[in-house]
Design a protein around this ligand. Structure first.
Ligand SMILES: Nc1ncnc2c1ncn2[C@@H]1O[C@H](COP(=O)(O)OP(=O)(O)OP(=O)(O)O)[C@@H](O)[C@H]1O
Ligand SMILES: [Mg+2]
Length: 317
């Protein structure tokens, strides 16, 4: 499953980072694990800390962990030149951007010791109790899923199963972001996925995140511009046969005057999913309603016409 290309193994030899023998990661383990009172994520975090304590004297520069690049699934090519692939890099936690019910987003700096490094957004899916299975099932409809031991674990909602569900959402979001970035959609570059964590290009300046659309108060001219960018983004998604599935003014960021889409784990295949068209229409209505509430005339959003156009672009009759 993990991709180690040649380039990476060469990079490994060149670094002076000590080679560690890693204990098999939790998601590779054959048997359901017992977490006791600890959540699965906490157990994994503690195991990693323990492991680091045995094998490392200290992580340089006050870092919180070694770069997890080598064990992660990597983002698409061509890889932006700011992506740090050196295995001697360390990750430092800078703080939390937002806590949510299903995931927390943290700010992380990755870099070689004594360098400025790169700021990344780390979205960490929780293996919470609250996640409703019918929601998972509804959105995953149309995705192929093998009925397997993993599937049964997920249905039983054991802590192992819950962690698998969280990982599945991370996989879904990483896959969607990779695909959309590759076709030029306005999404943050997906740097890597490791278990339930995805690292993304940080949209913001310095350590200040770009505002959500919901937080900006655009002048009429800029409001129109942002709407046209939003419609263009929807057309691009439709050309891939996709709808966002949870589009709102909270899942669009305004980064340097450009609309950027985030929060894509529930992306909907509008062709394969029987309810796909309804998701598409709901996305358009939701976001158009926000633009209306900010003063954009309905003749500009032309919701029924836009839905129709997106259907056609997606190849649906
Ligand atoms: N790449 C990024 N760059 C900057 N900020 C980001 C990035 N990704 C996420 N954020 C911030 O974190 C917030 C939560 O991200 P996201 O919507 O992906 O997670 P979520 O847990 O699904 O949130 P919610 O449940 O509130 O929709 C965003 O509203 C945004 O403010
Ligand atoms: Mg969100």
């Amino acid at each position: 499953m993990r991709k180690h290309d040649l380039e990476d193994s060469h990079a490994f030899e060149k670094t002076d980072r000590p080679r560690r023998s890693r204990r098999a990661r939790f998601d590779d383990e054959p048997e359901p694990t017992r977490g006791g009172r600890l959540t699965e994520a906490e157990r994994v975090r503690l195991a990693r800390l323990r492991e680091d304590a045995y094998t490392e004297t200290a992580i340089p520069g006050g870092g919180d962990r070694w770069s997890t690049w080598d064990e992660a699934e990597h983002g698409p090519h061509p890889r932006p030149d700011w992506v740090i692939t050196e295995l001697a890099a360390v990750d430092t936690e800078l703080g939390i951007l937002k806590t949510g019910k299903e995931a927390d987003v943290h700010l992380v700096r990755r870099g070689l010791p004594d360098t400025e490094g790169t700021v990344l957004a780390a979205k960490r899916y929780r293996s919470g109790e609250h996640r409703l299975f019918h929601r998972d099932a509804g959105y995953l409809e149309g995705r192929r899923m093998r009925r397997s031991r993993e599937m049964r674990a997920m249905e039983s909602r054991s802590s192992f199963g819950r962690n698998l569900i969280a990982e599945q959402w991370a996989v879904a979001e990483f896959t969607a972001l990779s695909r959309l970035w590759t076709v030029g959609a306005p999404v943050p570059y997906p740097v890597q996925r490791d278990g339930t964590e995805i690292l993304l290009e940080f949209l913001g300046d310095g350590e200040t995140a770009a505002p959500r659309l919901a937080q900006v108060r655009p002048e009429p001219e800029q409001l129109r511009e942002l709407w046209f960018q939003t419609a263009a983004m929807l057309e691009l998604l439709a050309s891939q046969g996709l709808a966002h599935g949870d589009l709102s003014a909270y899942n669009l960021l305004v980064h340097r005057e450009r609309i950027m889409v985030i929060d894509l784990p529930q992306v909907v295949d509008i062709v394969a999913n029987p309810g796909g068209l309804e998701f598409l229409a709901r996305d358009v209505r939701n976001i158009a309603t926000w633009f209306h509430s900010r003063g954009l005339p309905e003749r500009l959003t032309a919701v029924p016409e836009l839905i129709e156009e997106l259907r056609e672009i997606a190849g649906l009759r």
